[in-house]
Design a protein around this ligand. Structure first.
Ligand SMILES: [Zn+2]
Length: 304
């Protein structure tokens, strides 16, 4: 009995210390969903915020379910940021239960003008949720994050603003650089075939026709008919390469390649694109900006 009591006491001491330490550091506890949003909040929060992302590299947000550990992270958070527009389909319920006067999870997509969004019947929101591929939209996310962090932690508002300014400049530079790379590719070669429809906003920004084998969400699998139809489209348009996505099983794209082959034609797999999740931390694809650069280089390189 005594032993248990001591253990309990030690645990209690340990946890209370942890808590106090966080407070003493004066850091905000921020929980985020997708790795794109995690990276964004880290850029604005700098070393002033503890940012915990729920979804790591290769994780599909459409299918993601909160674990018990996630729930406790969410409960202990000062701020929660998520994409919204029903991207995180299975997390919405958890968020709805959590809403309170002091802590309401913030859907970053709420800052966007609905008239500028691409419509979709696949989602309860009626909009395509893959909005981060429009760099201007991502800039609006950055501004919202800055506002929220500054409201919660007014002492450091100047620092958040400074980080925002630097990050927005980086995003402007990214936008120009991506355009330069895209310009190399003639317009008739700008057809992007991927595992699921994540690149519509990218397509609109850079004049690509975008075709996903699966619909906008990975929750519905592509059927045999979809594969055959898309194979015919690839042959007809003489498309050189199709692309795997890091967060979607590659078998669907491989099936498409097989279907093209069975009709006596050839299409290569042009590489892996990062759509709904970034790559591993510490790699180029591990940040939003690096991911965008990696994707565009892969796409243009394979379609040229
Ligand atoms: Zn998606």
């Amino acid at each position: 009995m005594k032993k248990h009591f001591v253990l309990f006491y030690l645990c209690a001491l340990f946890f209370s210390n942890c808590k106090d330490e966080t407070k003493a550091n004066g850091k905000l506890n921020v929980v985020t969903t997708t790795s794109m949003i995690t990276d964004l909040v880290k850029n604005i929060g700098g070393d002033l915020a503890n940012v915990q992302g729920l979804m790591g590299s290769g994780v599909d947000p459409h299918l993601y379910k909160a674990s018990e550990g996630d729930v406790s992270k969410l409960v202990n958070a000062d701020i929660i940021f998520y994409n919204g527009l029903h991207l995180e389909g299975k997390l919405v319920e958890v968020f709805e239960k959590m809403g309170s006067a002091t802590k309401t999870p913030i859907a970053l997509a709420d800052v966007l003008d609905k008239n500028k969004l691409i419509g979709s019947e696949y989602f309860a929101s009626n909009y395509d949720p893959h909005v981060w591929f429009d760099i201007d939209f991502f800039k609006q996310f950055a501004k919202k994050v800055t506002t929220v962090l500054s409201e919660k932690d007014p002492t450091n508002a100047d620092k958040y603003k400074e980080n925002e300014k630097r990050y927005l400049a980086d995003l402007d530079k990214l936008k120009d650089d991506v355009q330069d790379v895209v310009n190399v590719l003639p317009s008739e070669k700008r057809i992007l075939v991927t595992a699921h429809d994540a690149f519509n906003y990218f397509g609109e920004a850079y004049q690509f026709k975008v075709v996903g084998l699966q619909g906008l969400s990975t929750a519905t699998e592509a059927g045999v008919q979809d594969v055959q139809k898309l194979a015919a489209f690839i042959i007809e348009n003489k498309i050189k390469s199709i692309f795997i996505e890091s967060s979607v099983p590659k078998r669907t794209i491989e099936a498409l390649q097989e279907a093209v082959k069975s009709k006596g034609h050839d299409v290569t797999i042009g590489g892996t694109l990062y759509s709904d999740a970034l790559g591993n931390a510490g790699t180029q694809e591990g940040t939003y900006i690096g991911m965008y650069r990696y994707n565009i280089k892969t796409i243009v390189g394979a379609l040229q």
